[in-house]
Every structure is written in structure tokens, then in C-alpha cells.
Write a protein that binds this ligand. Structure first.
Ligand SMILES: NC(=O)c1ccc[n+]([C@@H]2O[C@H](COP(=O)([O-])OP(=O)(O)OC[C@H]3O[C@@H](n4cnc5c(N)ncnc54)[C@H](O)[C@@H]3O)[C@@H](O)[C@H]2O)c1
Length: 245
């Protein structure tokens, strides 16, 4: 078993299921201590129990809750070395002019502001220790723009730009921040989308299938590792060939 994360403490937001859980499992297999942050308390507790980690129940859009979760996680597991900012929602699918305003705002709040708040919380400690890896989870939608998903596409484009901006801010430190842009992976997230949207997403993937959570986790683990030293503010494609840049 590869132990590249031995002694490392990793926070995975939205780590209770789906891609976050797969990423948490991959980091734990490498020896990391895991803090699972999720709004679903029961699922977070189950994931933390499986990984012998620490669970925090929170909404990543709540700045005070994020700060408190970090303090408790670090008290339990030690200083945060790795943040995987993964928690996200797609929101419903509507044409832009039909999109409910509050639903649009909520998607941006969770998918973009939540990433900002989690990065904001861990950065002072990472800077003080001059070490750390941040992995943000965007989406191919943030590069290409998916129809009937304007909120999600805009929020994920924001995550890509946040990552690029932060990478430059941290360039004189030993902290690296990189982003993943996955195409569709069959998780509970699909329940938020229309069947037509899901079929359209699959049709756009040249490999002709959905990704697997473990395939996303492998790229996330690479970005969380010491192997990523000369790359920061970058966006890694995990899209089965869909991305063209
Ligand atoms: N599944 C895909 O096809 C796909 C493709 C590209 C990108 N992504 C991104 O990957 C990430 C994970 O997606 P997934 O497919 O695993 O989704 P999922 O719905 O299976 O899991 C998301 C987890 O995040 C948690 N969460 C949601 N909002 C939260 C909040 N405000 N505060 C705390 N926790 C919250 C949920 O409780 C859930 O456990 C998301 O950012 C998503 O946009 C997913």
C-alpha cells in the first residue's frame, strides 16, 4: 500500500458520499488522517467511522461554522495539511430566464462561496507552516458551460478562476493549489438533475461512459501529494476526453 500521505491531516468537504468519499478513502489508504466535513451528519459520521477519522456537520456557506469545524478538526487530528474543497450541488436544470432566483443564488453560495470560505479558513495555518495542498473540485461545466445549468456552470467557472488567482497569491510559498474539472460521474448528485440533462452529459463524453469516483480520486490524490511541486493554479481535466483545452 502506498503511504505517501502518512502523517498528513486532510479535510475533505462533502466527504460523506460520492466523489468526496472516494477521495477521502484514497487519501486514507495513503496514510492520511481524515476530517470529513458534510451537512449530512449521519453519512459524515459513517464515513469518519469507516476511515477512523473525524466528522464535522456543517454548511460550508457558514463562515463561523467553517472556522469552528477547522478548530475542532485540528484539535482532534493535528494541523491541516490538505484541503479538498469538494462539497457542491448542481441545483435544478432550467433555462436561465426560468431559473428560480433563490436556487441560482444557493448554487453559487455553496459551490463558489463555500470554496472561498474553506480556503480562507485553512490558509493562515498553511502559510504559518509553509506547507499545504489545496484541491478544488470544479467541473467541465465551468470550462464549457452546460445549457440549463447556468448557475452551476458560472459557479464552477468561478472555482477555476479562484484557484488560478490563489495559485499566484501562494506562488512564493510551498503551498500548491490546483483544481479538477471532472465530467459526469454517477453519484447521488444525479438526483438533482433531469434525465435529459444526464443523457446529454454522457453524450458529450468521447470515452462513451461516465467517470468512476475512483478515477477522480486518483487525480485528486496526485494534486494533494508532494509530487505536485511545479504546478499551481492549474486545472486538471478528468473528463473522458470531453475537454479540448
Ligand atoms: N458527480 C459528477 O458528475 C460531478 C462532475 C463534476 C464535478 N462534480 C463536483 O464534485 C463534487 C462532489 O459531487 P458528488 O457527485 O460527489 O455529489 P454528491 O451529491 O454525491 O455529494 C456531495 C456531498 O456534499 C455535501 N454538501 C452539499 N452541500 C453542502 C454544504 N452546503 N455544506 C456541506 N456539505 C455539503 C452533501 O451532503 C454530499 O454529501 C461537487 O462539487 C460536484 O459539483 C461532480
Amino acid at each position: 500500500m502506498e503511504r505517501g500521505f502518512a502523517g498528513r491531516m486532510a479535510v475533505v468537504t462533502g466527504g460523506a458520499r460520492g466523489l468526496g468519499l472516494a477521495i477521502a478513502r484514497r487519501l486514507a489508504a495513503g496514510g492520511a488522517r481524515l476530517a470529513i466535513w458534510d451537512q449530512d451528519g449521519a453519512a459524515a459520521a459513517a464515513a469518519a467511522a469507516e476511515l477512523r477519522g473525524h466528522a464535522e456537520v456543517l454548511d460550508v456557506t457558514d463562515a463561523a461554522a467553517v472556522e469552528a469545524a477547522l478548530a475542532r478538526s485540528e484539535a482532534a487530528l493535528g494541523p491541516c495539511d490538505i484541503l479538498v474543497a469538494n462539497a457542491g450541488i448542481t441545483g435544478p436544470n432550467h433555462r436561465l430566464e426560468d431559473y428560480p432566483i433563490e436556487a441560482w443564488r444557493r448554487v453559487v453560495e455553496v459551490d463558489l462561496v463555500g470554496v472561498f470560505l474553506c480556503c480562507r479558513a485553512v490558509l493562515p495555518g498553511m502559510r504559518a507552516r509553509d506547507r499545504g495542498r489545496i484541491v478544488t473540485i470544479a467541473s467541465i461545466a465551468g470550462k464549457e458551460g452546460n445549457p440549463n445549468a447556468s448557475a452551476y456552470s458560472a459557479a464552477k467557472a468561478g472555482v477555476i478562476a479562484l484557484t488560478k488567482s490563489l495559485g499566484k497569491e501562494l506562488a512564493e510559498t510551498a503551498i500548491r493549489v490546483n483544481c479538477l474539472a471532472p465530467a459526469a460521474v454517477e453519484t447521488d448528485l444525479f438526483a438533482q438533475m433531469s434525465p435529459e440533462q444526464i443523457a446529454w452529459m454522457k453524450s458529450k463524453i468521447p470515452l462513451g461512459r461516465f467517470g468512476l469516483p475512483e478515477e477522480i480520486a486518483e487525480m485528486a490524490a496526485f494534486c494533494a501529494s508532494d509530487a505536485v511541486s511545479f504546478t499551481t493554479g492549474a486545472v486538471f481535466d478528468v473528463s473522458g476526453g470531453r475537454a479540448v483545452y
